[in-house]
Design a protein around this ligand. Structure first.
Ligand code: ANZ
Ligand code: ZN
Length: 759
């Protein structure tokens, strides 16, 4: 066999051959039981857009190196792949080209699967599924019903953007300066019913368990999650409205130490008191006009720090419960209804936003915290003093340091029953209803007699009906399919209607990693199998998923645990966020993320044809460490190709020397000169590659070490070194390079006389 090998490096032939062998022999089938220690390696699954791009290639190759390395180290490895297949692009394609979303999606999956297979990735393809498979989404419907039963899902009205012309809900991104992106008519707010997951029930646990992820997850991602959850400790307290007996404005503050310096109140424009107070003070028109204008503005922009602060006086006054100060009540654009109570006690001397607002409307400034070694004078302040200091102008609390005052004032307010300590989270419940076709139908019906009725598990699945041509998006396309909508009530048998929304596609990606442990089970998850395989030991994906996907997946894991379906607190032990693939944009001359619109993409298929997957893999891994951006370079690809050819040439050109020599132990001390150098370099490379992979996934430096060893082999071989030492070095090179360039490694391994796969 070994002497039949081609002298030239025919990567096309070799790569196909080895992919077939791995496949036939089932090398990557994960066993649900094993003596070996398990390792679960997972890359975020792709959306089946149609073609693989270099970002995918990089992501999956990084995962493949880790999986193959763990196989070599004797682990029982699970390395699955599937498709995040519901979502809007399929619907858009349906509208544009009149093709069925399911047809479009499954065709894309087929062609992307072919592309992925050409990369020689170590997937257990028997566990593959798409989230639009009936099997998968019907099990998701089952989970939904279980969550509904445990009161973890509920329905409520919330404000949405509504275009009265198109009769459709618009996402925030579809509202352009207050108008509909499609027809330009004025967008209004509408209360709409929708389903929500009670993720806020888990806010504290999601925050606390971040501790357990430290070291395994990038700090940046953990702090993004922390901020997103946004826990604040503070006080809620009531300010009586003057001349309106029994009416109070409740505010949330984290700085009750500044209460004596509160000189006015700011309400969110959505706050019900705005118009109420304005009308009893004869200022309805002015306030109403302001409120309407602000509500039309982008809600995201309102939260940004540098937004111009503006507001309007309601005509009403509240009184400060500690010192009786008369405080004008304003409506302010930067106060949000969704946070705290939607009302703020404004302290312009110690809060920068309030300072800017007060400067604009000439409102009173009272200093209540003096920083050390400095006397603040309201008339000469240029910005708020938000830091620490000693309390002044604060009655019996004057003289305390402000941190102590925070505690004392909170106690005092509770004692006097003016307020109470509370904890606030920025995290909101997760709205999951979408007015879309290509998603999982929500398994409930509405009956005129019984109201909302969840389906029984035996009535599942709610099959997504086929649809030939979609015409609009926004309004639920399912609402137009009467055979789908009309149903008899499971409770009373009377006339009922199905829910015509579908689930947010983030729901599917919140539990797919559990499903890979048991893809054929009748139930959504199997307790034993999930206990065996989970948590994912290494998860790999983009930083853009730092909050939503990664937080939702953590939430789902805890919910399934509390439903007694699994025993698991956290789904992902380690997380690697890979950098982007960049290339010079011909228009700007700058290096930018590869994208079609910038004209700087490289087609993976063309590269594979020209160089083969081992070269492409090696380049992606060698050009940058995984978490850094990768700068595309044609020279770099050529360089990787040259290295593999050089390795090939060395091995195939010295068959007599390295084949069939026995692998007997030799003593280092008996060797001389050049042999010692090669022996030593070999050991050094083993250590270096192992450490680079284990400690930091620094594949680039690991690959350099292998290159150095190959150089040493050339060098020593020129001087006719000891064959056993030479063979030892070459065997080592092949094993070390095999996670990175597995096909060439297997082929040369066979060439030097091995009967079994290098795996
Ligand atoms: C008085 C005060 C004085 C405040 C001071 C700050 C500094 P975090 O830490 O993010 O929780 N606030 C409360 N509800 C708000 C809302 N709906 N929209 C905008 N701002 C709101 O922020 C809590 C602080 O944000 C609260 O404490 C409140 O202003 C403001 F020197 O109260 B503070
Ligand atoms: Zn009924």
């Amino acid at each position: 066999m070994s002497d039949q090998i081609d002298k030239i490096y025919d990567f096309q032939k070799i790569e196909k051959q080895w992919q077939d062998i791995w496949d036939k022999e089932g090398f990557f089938l994960a066993k649900d039981q094993s003596e070996k220690e398990k390792f679960y390696c997972l890359e975020m699954f792709p959306y089946p857009s149609g073609r693989i791009h270099m970002g995918h290639v990089r992501n999956y190759v990084i995962g493949d190196v880790i999986a193959r390395y763990k196989i070599l180290r004797g682990f029982n490895v699970l390395h699955p792949m599937g498709w995040d297949a519901f979502g809007l692009p399929a619907e858009n394609a349906a509208i544009k080209h009149g093709i069925e979303p399911s047809k479009w999606t499954y065709e894309n999956i087929s062609s992307m699967r072919v592309q992925l297979k050409k990369l020689g990735l170590s997937y257990d393809w028997t566990r593959e599924f798409a989230t639009c498979d009936l099997q998968y989404y019907s099990l998701e419907q089952k989970l939904f019903l279980k969550m509904l039963d445990k009161n973890l899902v509920y329905r409520k009205k919330s404000l949405v953007n509504w275009c009265p012309e198109c009769e459709t809900v618009l996402a925030n991104e579809q509202v352009e300066t207050g108008s509909c992106w499609r027809c330009d008519s004025e967008v209004v707010f509408k209360e709409m019913n929708g389903w929500f997951f009670r993720i806020t029930n888990y806010a504290q646990e999601l925050l606390d368990d971040i501790k357990t992820l430290q070291g395994g997850w990038p700090d940046r991602v953990l702090s993004m999650q922390k901020n997103w959850i946004g826990r604040s400790e503070g006080v809620e307290l009531d300010f009586p409205v003057e001349r309106e007996e029994g009416k109070f404005i409740r505010v949330f503050t984290t700085r009750q130490d500044t209460l004596f310096g509160a000189t006015f109140i700011s309400l969110a424009p959505e706050h019900p008191l705005c118009l109420e107070l304005a009308s009893s003070n004869g200022r309805y028109d002015e306030v109403n006009e302001f409120v309407k204008r602000i509500l039309r503005e982008d809600r995201i922009a309102r939260t940004s720090e540098d937004i111009e602060k503006e507001g309007v006086f309601t005509g009403a006054y509240a009184s400060n419960p500690l010192n009786g100060r008369k405080m004008p009540v304003y409506v302010a654009n930067f106060v949000l209804m969704e946070y705290g109570t939607g009302a703020v006690m404004a302290v312009p001397t110690h809060d920068q936003r309030d300072f800017e607002f007060a400067s604009k409307y000439n409102l009173e400034l009272v200093v209540v915290i003096q920083p050390d070694g400095e006397i603040l004078e309201p008339s000469s302040m240029e910005c708020a003093h938000e830091g620490h200091g000693t309390m002044v102008n604060s009655g019996t609390f004057s003289g305390l340091d402000n941190e102590t005052a925070k505690i004392r004032i909170a106690e005092y307010l509770e004692e006097k029953k003016i307020g109470k300590r509370t904890v606030n989270f920025k995290l909101k419940d997760w709205g999951i209803s979408r007015q879309r076709y290509w998603g999982a139908p929500i398994p409930v019906v509405y009956c005129d007699t019984c109201g909302m009725v969840p389906l029984k598990e035996k009535d599942l699945p709610v099959v997504l009906p086929e649809i030939e041509k979609l015409t609009v998006i926004g309004r639920s396309p399912l609402a137009d399919i009467s055979e789908f909508v009309e149903i008899s009530c499971p409770c009373c048998g009377g006339v009922a209607r199905r829910d015509t929304d579908t689930l947010d596609t983030f729901v599917e990606s919140s539990w797919y990693f559990l499903r890979y442990a048991c893809p054929d089970e009748k139930e959504p998850v199997n307790y034993e199998k999930v206990s065996y395989w989970l948590p994912v030991d290494q998860y790999i994906g983009g930083i853009e998923h730092a909050v939503m996907h990664l937080l939702y997946a953590r939430f789902f894991t805890k919910v399934l645990r509390d439903l007694d379906l699994i025993k698991l607190d956290e789904p992902f032990k380690k997380l690697l966020t890979q950098g982007m693939v960049c290339k010079e944009n011909p228009a700007t001359g700058r290096s930018e993320k590869m994208s079609k619109s910038k004209g700087n993409v490289v087609d993976p298929d063309k590269l594979l044809e020209k160089y083969g997957t081992d070269t492409v893999r090696l380049f992606c891994l060698f050009a940058a460490p995984p978490e850094k951006d990768l700068e595309w370079s044609d020279d770099g690809v050529e360089g990787a190709f040259r290295f593999l050819k050089r390795l090939w040439k060395k091995v195939v050109s010295s068959p007599g020397k390295i084949s069939n020599v026995s692998c007997e132990e030799i003593s280092f001390n008996d060797l001389s000169g050049i042999d010692k150098d090669l022996y030593r370099k070999t050991d050094w490379a083993i250590k270096k590659v192992t450490e680079d992979i284990e400690d930091s996934y620094h594949f680039n430096t690991a690959i350099s070490a292998v290159m150095e060893l190959v150089n040493q082999i050339y060098h020593s071989d020129k001087e006719d070194c000891n064959n056993i030492v030479l063979q030892r070095a070459i065997r080592t090179v092949l094993v070390l390079i095999s996670p990175f360039a597995p096909h060439i490694a297997e082929e040369l391994w066979k060439f030097i006389g091995a009967e079994e796969s290098i795996l």
